[in-house]
Each structure stands twice: as structure tokens, then as C-alpha cells.
Design a protein around this ligand. Structure first.
Ligand code: ADP
Ligand code: MG
Length: 696
């Protein structure tokens, strides 16, 4: 297998592999499940399992695992061997359909947001045949969904699959109304651009904050930052190049279509973009990509930081989620149309997205809410914590027409009135790119730019699919009941565009004036932090919508709300504790020893030359002694702030962390960073920003 194309997908039990090893009738049934979302025919499970096992064993696998994504955002595995002993003392490699379809990891070690106390700790994993099994090391990994004994979802994938089904159902209703009798399935697709940092492993190991929290909790800015943009345009350095090459190779073998890799804005920052795939597969692949980035970096003496904000005053990392919907017949429903029919279809789907994003700003914000991402949103590097849609001049002009011209005329004529036909075939990138928008139309897809770099894209896509599905349901209900369909479509688009135009914004999203306009004039939500937005997850309208779309039951939503709250508080608590420990056991002693050394130096000098004033030593010792006390006091203050959160309810605790503990952490950091600026290099307790950012 010499060419990259031949190696692509060689570690995946994909269509090609299945076709080669499965009996024809079994293959046909399995493909029907995969491509049309039909229920799996249980009678074929044994044959699929056996063929899958033989294929895996031929590639050196000895174990299998159900691979799943609990609510923590990482992936989980529970390994079992294929080896089954026989009575005569020999052994065979065995794997049954039952083992393929269902697994039983102990659910109690994963966050359940309260589901655990209500229900049995037992959890089940269920095979997701729509995402191919793959080999990692000596293990066959089977992508699965993870749920509680009672059927409630405990993972990220189950709701995502449900939301894809909901979108399929509602979008097909609308397409049938528009005369599409061909399409059998509507799919949502995602391409996740992944940003990350690479730092030297030996330096990383000297920083407890990076080890415990994934970000630096102390550190003065380096003299040089990203102001020259020389990293972005610069050549990729050899060690990073070697890392990227090995990563690409591994991704390709796993059938993950990594396409572009380049340096990002900040020093030591990079990006990887794959080719888009069905949402659930893209979500699986992004999880695998993050995992491989971490393990492969280590092989190159590097550590991959996936945190949203590893360094203060340096751009953080996001994960742009490119999202579109299309039919199994190959039509992208978000592609502006050239004919009257396709133009009208596009307008209808565009209107649905406009309305959905406006009606559910809160849910989109919640879908990206984590303690880490709170450092990005609203900073001048990432979109504000206000949702808006960038459409570009062409689409804005189309909306202008839709608001005016669609009311009186029916179908074709009115579409021509829209000026759509007169437009040149819509050119990709015809408009300037707006990097400051949280939700930007980019030619034939929307780019949701709020997700943080470590987030699973399952959550944001679950919300996108669900809210657009429910909006299409409203449209379909109305249009199915209409006597004059063309007139009804015209009226609907006109009405909804008018009602939801406020969410469209083409200007600079980083501008403070925009946040003011958005919140004060347009009445859009600004949900700055995680504790602000999380309670809205269980707002009545959101529970009702998820229920209608059969994506989350109320119980599941409440459990997710609890789990997210708990993860937020735990994350910040670990950061606070790490700061306390570093300040007391490393920073204070280091300053103390620097002062002592200076004092000793001054004494020695004066013993020999009594007339010397020792101005520098006096100043240094004075300044640093004052900082020593200030740091000590700030540490005590942080400690009591943390203690004050004990015993509060989960909600109160989260707010206490945000309002009292995070400011106490900031205060401690400010004093420590001030001291760092004057510390002799040889006495600094851990590597500086300069070393971390410019050594790879
Ligand atoms: P851009 O230049 O706008 O960033 P790219 O073509 O480089 O566009 O794509 C960026 C990301 O968007 C890639 O991951 C790509 O696979 C994904 N993408 C492209 N088209 C679609 C689509 N129709 N649906 C979902 N994602 C898409
Ligand atoms: Mg992008």
C-alpha cells in the first residue's frame, strides 16, 4: 500500500471492507440500515460480527471495545478480548452479534447529572452501524451510543442521532411539498476546523497548571506576541511538520479525511480541517482526531493543548463547526439556487435557519458553554456571547426583496421579482469573509464559530438539527394545510423574514457598539458566562421543543443541566486549587529565595565596600517583599473564597465560583505575574510564556 489513497481507510471496516467479506444479502441489509436509517435486521448481527472480527484479527486485533462519548466530552472504552478458551485447552477468537450490538459498561463512573440516583447504575452501549468500526492499536473499536438502564441517554451521540432523524423527517415533509418525490433521506453534515497549540513536552512537565488544567494559570506575556502575524504566514517548523505528517497518516488510515493543516494566528498555534461528513461520523472523527493529536504529539516530544485558552493575552482556540443539510440525491439545501424552484427552496430553508437561530439563541449559546470557552467568547479574538447571523450582501439583498416583493405574487413570478434569477450564479466567497460573526453563511453552509477547541461537536449539531427540524415542522404544518401553496410559501417567507431579520448582522461582531445595539436595540440575548446560560436549558420552551423533536426528554435535559453545572464548578475548583498549590509551594518560596540571595549579595558587597549603597538590592528586596506579602494574602483570600462555596446548592455554587472565586484567582495571578517580571531567570519556578510559545 504505497500511495496515501490506498492507505486511506485501511484500518476501517468501511463499505469496501464490508462488501469484500459479507455475504451479499447481509451486506445489502446492512447498507440499507446505514444509508437510509432503517432499523437493523437483528438476524444479520451474528454474521456481521463474525466478519468484522475476522477482518480485525487479520489486521492484528486481539481485543474489541465499545467506543462511546459520555457527557464529559472525552471518549470512553471498555476492552474485552476476542479470545475464548475451548474445552480441549485450545482457544478460538470469538465475537457474537450480541457482543457487537450491546455492551454493559458500568455507568456509575460517568457523569449522569442525577440519573444515576434515580435509576440503576447499569448502563448500556448500543452499536451505531452508521459510523464504521475501526482499529486502534490492537483493538477493534465499535462506535456506540451509551444509555442508562431505563433508556435515557448518557452520552453525546444518542441525542445527535435522534436530532438527525428529526431533521430528516421534517425536511422531507417540506421537500415533498416542494414537489421533491425522489429524496429518501435528508442528512445534516459537519466539518470541524480544529485549532490547537503544541508546546515542548519537557517544558510542559514543569508546569502543574498545564498538567492539571490544560491552561496556564500564571504567566507574564512574552515580549513578543502575535502582533507581527509572522507565525500565521511562516513556514511550518520541522518538528511540527513531522508531527503533522504522522497525524495525517494515522487519520487517513482511519478514514478521516484531514485536508488542510496550517499555522494559526498565535505563536505555537495550528489548525486542522477535515472534509465534511455526516454529523455523527464527523463528531466521532473529531473525537478521534483530538485523541490522536494528543498521543502523536507525545511521540514527537510535544504536548498538544486543546484548551480554549491556554495562554492569557494570546488568541485562544476554537472549533469552527461548518454545517449544512442535504439530500441523499446529492442536493445541498443551503446552496442558493439558480432556477426559480431551487431559489425558492433555498429561501425556505434559509428562512427556517434564520427563525431557528433567533428563537433558540439561548440553546446555541448553551451548546458551547464551558468554563474554558468563557475565556474566549466576548474576548477580541472570538465572537461575542451574542448570537447573530452573517449573511453577506447578496443574501441580505434577497431578504430585502423577500420582505417586500413576495406577498402579492405566486411562485415563479415572485421569485423572479426577488431578483434571484438576475443574480449571477452565486459565487462562493463573493462577499468578504466576516471572521467576527458567530454564525456565518459561507456559500453553501453555515459556519458556527462559537464552539471551543476541546468541545465535542455533537452538542452544537444536536441543537442545530433540532431547532431547524422543529422550525421546518412549523412550516410544513402551515403549508400542508394551505389551499394556495405558492401563495402560502410567499406569505410565510415574508412574515418570518420580517419577524427574524434582527438576528442578521453583517458588521463587526468584535465591536462593543454591536453588543450594545444587539442587546439594547434588537433585544438579542447576551449570555456572558456558563452559569448565566445553563439554567435556560430547562426553560419551558426548550423542553417542549426537544420533546416534540424526540431528542431529549425532560428528565434527560434536567440531567444534562446538572451534569454541565457540575463540570463547570469542578473545572474551576481544580484551577483554584492548582493556583493555591503553585503559589504556596513554588512561587512564594522562589521569590523568598530570590530576596535572600539579593540580601546576601548586598551584605557581601557592603562588607568589602562599606560605601556602596546597594540601590538595586534594596529596591528589589523591598518590591519583592511587598509582593510576597500580597501574594500570601491573595492566596489566603482565594482559599477562603473556595471554602465559602462549600455546602451551597449546585446553582449557587456555580455563581459563587464565577462571582467570587474567579475574581480571587485573577487577583492572585496579577500579583504573581507582577513578581515574575522581576524574577531572575534562574530562579523562576517554571517555564515562562516566552519559552512555552517560542521553543517549538
Ligand atoms: P472555507 O474556505 O469557507 O473555510 P472550506 O472549503 O475550507 O471553506 O471548508 C471549511 C470546512 O467546511 C471544511 O472542514 C469543509 O469540509 C467544511 N465544509 C465545506 N462544505 C461543507 C458543507 N456543505 N457542509 C458542511 N461542511 C462543509
Ligand atoms: Mg473557517
Amino acid at each position: 500500500m504505497n500511495s496515501a489513497a490506498e492507505r486511506f481507510g485501511s484500518d476501517v471496516f468501511n463499505d469496501r471492507a464490508m462488501k469484500a467479506v459479507l455475504p451479499k444479502d447481509v451486506y445489502t441489509k446492512l447498507i440499507a440500515t446505514i444509508s437510509e436509517g432503517r432499523e437493523l435486521d437483528a438476524t444479520i448481527a451474528d454474521q456481521v460480527a463474525s466478519a468484522m472480527k475476522n477482518w480485525a484479527v487479520s489486521k492484528g486485533a486481539t481485543n474489541y471495545t465499545h467506543w462511546f462519548q459520555p457527557m464529559t466530552g472525552v471518549t470512553a472504552e471498555k476492552h474485552d478480548g476476542f479470545l475464548a478458551p475451548c474445552e480441549d485447552g485450545s482457544a478460538i477468537m470469538d465475537f457474537s452479534g450480541k457482543e457487537l450490538i450491546k455492551g454493559e459498561p458500568d455507568a456509575s463512573s460517568f457523569p449522569s447529572g442525577g440519573l444515576r440516583s434515580t435509576f440503576e447504575a447499569r448502563g448500556y452501549t448500543a452499536w451505531d452501524p452508521t459510523s464504521y468500526a475501526f482499529i486502534k492499536g490492537k483493538t477493534l473499536c465499535i462506535p456506540t451510543a451509551f444509555c442508562a438502564y431505563s433508556g435515557e441517554a448518557l452520552d453525546q451521540k444518542t441525542p445527535l442521532l435522534r436530532s438527525m432523524d428529526a431533521l430528516n423527517t421534517q425536511a422531507l415533509r417540506v421537500l415533498r411539498l416542494l414537489g421533491d418525490t425522489e429524496s429518501k433521506r435528508v442528512r445534516s453534515m459537519a466539518g470541524a476546523e480544529q485549532e490547537y497549540f503544541l508546546v515542548d513536552k519537557t517544558l510542559y512537565e514543569k508546569r502543574p497548571d498545564l498538567i492539571y488544567t490544560g491552561r496556564t494559570l500564571f504567566g507574564n506575556p512574552a515580549p513578543k506576541g502575535q502582533e507581527l502575524d509572522d507565525h500565521y504566514f511562516g513556514a511550518i517548523r520541522p518538528r511540527v511538520r513531522a508531527f503533522m505528517e504522522e497525524l495525517n497518516e494515522c487519520l487517513w488510515r482511519l478514514g478521516i479525511p484531514a485536508k488542510t493543516e496550517h499555522n494559526e494566528v498565535a505563536p505555537a498555534q495550528h489548525e486542522l480541517a477535515p472534509i465534511y461528513e455526516n454529523c455523527n461520523v464527523a463528531a466521532d472523527h473529531n473525537q478521534l482526531t483530538m485523541e490522536l493529536m494528543r498521543t502523536i504529539a507525545e511521540k514527537h516530544g510535544l504536548v498538544c493543548l486543546l484548551h480554549e485558552k491556554p495562554f492569557a493575552n494570546v488568541n485562544g482556540s476554537g472549533k469552527h463547526n461548518n454545517w449544512s443539510i442535504g439530500t441523499d440525491t446529492g442536493v445541498n439545501l443551503l446552496k442558493p439556487g439558480k432556477t426559480p424552484e431551487t431559489a425558492r427552496r433555498f429561501m425556505l430553508f434559509l428562512t427556517a435557519v434564520l427563525k431557528a437561530v433567533d428563537d433558540y439563541q439561548d440553546l446555541l449559546r448553551i451548546s458551547v458553554a464551558t468554563a474554558g470557552n468563557d475565556h474566549r467568547l466576548g474576548g477580541n479574538e472570538a465572537p461575542p456571547a451574542v448570537l447573530s447571523i452573517f449573511l453577506g450582501d447578496e443574501l441580505e439583498a434577497m431578504l430585502d426583496d423577500a420582505e417586500k416583493g413576495l406577498s402579492t405574487h405566486a411562485s415563479k413570478k415572485s421569485v423572479m421579482q426577488l431578483g434571484v434569477e438576475a443574480l449571477p450564479a452565486f459565487k462562493r466567497d463573493a462577499t468578504d469573509r466576516n471572521r467576527t460573526s458567530p454564525f456565518a453563511f459561507t456559500g453553501n453552509k453555515f459556519e458556527f464559530r462559537m464552539p471551543g477547541s476541546s468541545l465535542s461537536i455533537a452538542g452544537p449539531n444536536t441543537v442545530l438539527n433540532s431547532i431547524v427540524a422543529d422550525t421546518l415542522r412549523i412550516f410544513a404544518d402551515e403549508l400542508e394545510a394551505a389551499e394556495d401553496l405558492d401563495g402560502a410559501i410567499t406569505a410565510l417567507i415574508m412574515r418570518e423574514v420580517k419577524a427574524h431579520r434582527r438576528i442578521a448582522f453583517n458588521g463587526n461582531g468584535y465591536d462593543d457598539a454591536w453588543v450594545k445595539e444587539a442587546t439594547e436595540k434588537r433585544g438579542l440575548l447576551e449570555l456572558k458566562t456558563t452559569p448565566d446560560c445553563l439554567p435556560l436549558l430547562v426553560a419551558e420552551k426548550n423542553i417542549a421543543m426537544f420533546n416534540r423533536m424526540k431528542v431529549f426528554s425532560e428528565t434527560e435535559l434536567v440531567s444534562r443541566y446538572r451534569a454541565k453545572l457540575e463540570i463547570y464548578t469542578k473545572t474551576v475548583r481544580i484551577e483554584a486549587r492548582t493556583m493555591l498549590s503553585m503559589a504556596r509551594t513554588e512561587i512564594l518560596p522562589a521569590i523568598e529565595s530570590a530576596i535572600a540571595a539579593t540580601v546576601k549579595e548586598a551584605k557581601t558587597k557592603q562588607a568589602v565596600f562599606p560605601e556602596i549603597t546597594c540601590g538595586y538590592e534594596r529596591k528589589f528586596a523591598g518590591k519583592m517583599s511587598a509582593l510576597l506579602d500580597a501574594i500570601d494574602e491573595a492566596a489566603d483570600a482565594l482559599e477562603s473564597a473556595v471554602a465559602s462555596a462549600e455546602g451551597l446548592s449546585e446553582e449557587e455554587e456555580a455563581f459563587r465560583y464565577r462571582d467570587v472565586i474567579i475574581p480571587a484567582m485573577d487577583a492572585l495571578r496579577a500579583k504573581c505575574d507582577e513578581a515574575e517580571a522581576f524574577m531572575p531567570e534562574s530562579k523562576t519556578p517554571f517555564p515562562t510564556y516566552g519559552a512555552l510559545l517560542f521553543s517549538v
